[in-house]
Design a protein around this ligand. Structure first.
Ligand code: HEC
Length: 144
């Protein structure tokens, strides 16, 4: 192998890598991949009623002061972001009067309920409760 052919091969590998990058990205897990279970969403619905619906309303439409947790504005706010960011937002600030009153595990179940309300499909594994796994799941309002 000549130096020239090695450089050419390296160049081809680089080009292939660049060409493949977007398709790898497109295969990232999203909220459309069945990332929660029906059972979990049911638990989340009860917790949502207990801790969130007084402001965000039963139908997640918000009350003018508290924003909607479904629909186009909510989707625009979270589009393309990891679900870990959504959990973080809720973890540190919701409910506003006492964020610690709802446990992180309960908040993950509430997110599962929010996903169901936003018509993302349920699957066979629960939405994980650790931030690392939630970083791998992307919020997408529409099926990619
Ligand atoms: C006392 C009323 C109240 C309660 C109870 C409450 N929220 Fe909120 N929530 C708000 C308000 C007001 C905002 C917007 C201002 C802010 O972020 O503080 C908000 C913002 C949010 C956002 C950000 C929305 C966006 O468009 O980015 C999320 C997500 C959220 N709340 C989820 C929850 C969840 C989940 C619960 C229950 C654990 C909850 N909230 C309980 C009043 C409330």
């Amino acid at each position: 192998m000549t130096f020239r052919s090695v450089m050419l091969a390296a160049g081809l590998v680089w080009v292939a890598g660049v060409a493949m990058a977007p398709s790898l990205n497109a295969r990232q897990k999203t909220v459309w991949d069945g990332v929660y279970t029906e059972e979990q969403a049911k638990r989340g619905a009860e917790l949502y009623t207990r801790d969130c619906s007084s402001c965000h309303q039963d139908d997640l439409a918000g009350d003018g002061f508290a924003p909607a947790l479904s629909g186009p504005e909510f989707a625009a706010a979270w589009e393309g972001l990891p679900v870990a960011d959504l959990l973080d937002r809720i973890r540190v600030s919701m409910p506003p009067t006492d964020p610690g009153s709802t446990s992180v595990a309960e908040k993950v179940d509430i997110i599962a309920y929010m996903f169901k309300a936003n018509r993302f499909p349920a699957g066979t594994t629960e939405l994980p409760k650790d931030a690392g796994s939630l970083k791998e799941i992307e919020y997408r309002a529409n099926k990619p």
